[in-house]
Write a protein of this length. Sequence first.
Length: 268
Amino acid sequence: MDHSQEALEFWIIRFLDACVVTEAVSASTLKAYRHTLFSLVRFLKSHGISQWAEARTPLLEAFLQDAMARRGWSPSTWNQKVAVLRTFFRFLETEGVIPENPALPLRWHSPRRRIRLPLSADQRQRLWRMAEALPESPLGLRDRLIVDLIGHLGLRAGQAVALTVEDVDLRRGRLRIPARNGPRWLEIPETVARSLRRYLDAGRPALTRNPEIRALLLNHRGEPLTRQGLWRAIKILALRAGLSLSISPERLRQPPGLPLPMNDRSLL
């Protein structure tokens, strides 16, 4: 049977029905499919297209470009629309409506990476004062150490949670840091060493449940702290300091090329 002459809308309804029957998508995704495809139909009809076999790749590209210009789509929205078109035209190809999928050559857009500016001197100082005011509890000592490791030494979140007790050498005043080319030793100032001593003496022992776990930073259950847990600790501290903006370990780290003076905590 030749399906190529059937109405554009007919095959959209067939496609949506097939999605419902197979339960392949959620209700919200089904709604997005419907909106995108019926918008495409209106665009195709405005260009004199009445059959899906006439919908070539350049025309689909023009549809996306037109919608992006009018609605200000982000790259991620563009990619979502491309995915919808590829899925729908794959269905038409399977049903024998079209000889090949014209949506396959449509290009993906790389999402723009948001640039997160480092904290200002005032924001860093407020965060540090809040860290200093934390109670001398196991978690308070841990969170104060986190601020030191991230904000003072400039460790990444992944490096901080990967530290073990064996990475700490307080006698020589250094810390072994995991790196791509192998671990390296980083000299630590006395202020950071003091935070480490207080945490190792009174914080970590109280959090420890299993002596075989050697991670330096532990959560309240005695398990190794995860990156998500570290992020959460910093965000809670930021909220307590009255910083409503998005705070992350990346923003807390010292900007590249601007080493933080090791003898002046007032700059934190």
